[in-house]
Design a protein around this ligand. Sequence first.
Ligand code: TZP
Length: 224
Amino acid sequence: MLRDGTFLPFLEKAVVSGVRIVQLRGKSLPEDVVVPVGMHVRRLTRAHGAAFIVNDRVDLAVRLEADGVHLGQGDASPEEARSELGPGRLIGLSTHNRRQIAAAQDRPVDYIGVGPVYSTTTKENPDPEVGLALIEWACRNSALPVVAIGGITLENLEPVLRAGARNVAVVSAIGRSADPLATTRAFIRRIAAFQPKNAPEPRETAAPNPASPGGTDLVRECPG
Ligand code: TZP
């Protein structure tokens, strides 16, 4: 999509349609491609009230005036990122097991990615699939918002929602769809309309994480 000129028009419609967060993943792209694309993404997300997150690269997040950075377990530490970004920006951290989820709670992190839920071909050398059990555990035990990621499609979305996730990150189900915008809208509609069967009372809204003064408007409550 990036190279065929359809990405930016799609992105504009996606943020108009309700996509709340856009992550720029440009690790393998040369600087002269990723910077101009990032500037467009910044402009479009700002114009439509969506957050703009840069994957891995704190320097690029600063340069592009992004709203934050998303870090993997092997990237810069959240503490380093926070000292470079300052208090007002979001820091997301990928997690793949209970230990990492628990450890993230005491770090300057605003949300955690949990995955890959299902198998994915988007990531080179992905971590092993964590399955729905870890999503459920994360939603019950994390005070930080949980973003489920990895192999999520319209067909397998519902069990992810039943496990408690209300934020999902999606690449290929949208990028490879014949109609990416219709697929994006369908994700948003299904998440908004989801009603858990026998829903327990939602847990109280989590207290702000003192380690993370940036805060976030990601959905904080998980059932359970
Ligand atoms: N982290 C875990 S899975 C994944 C990342 C970045 C890729 C998600 O892409 P897709 O195509 O939605 O499986």
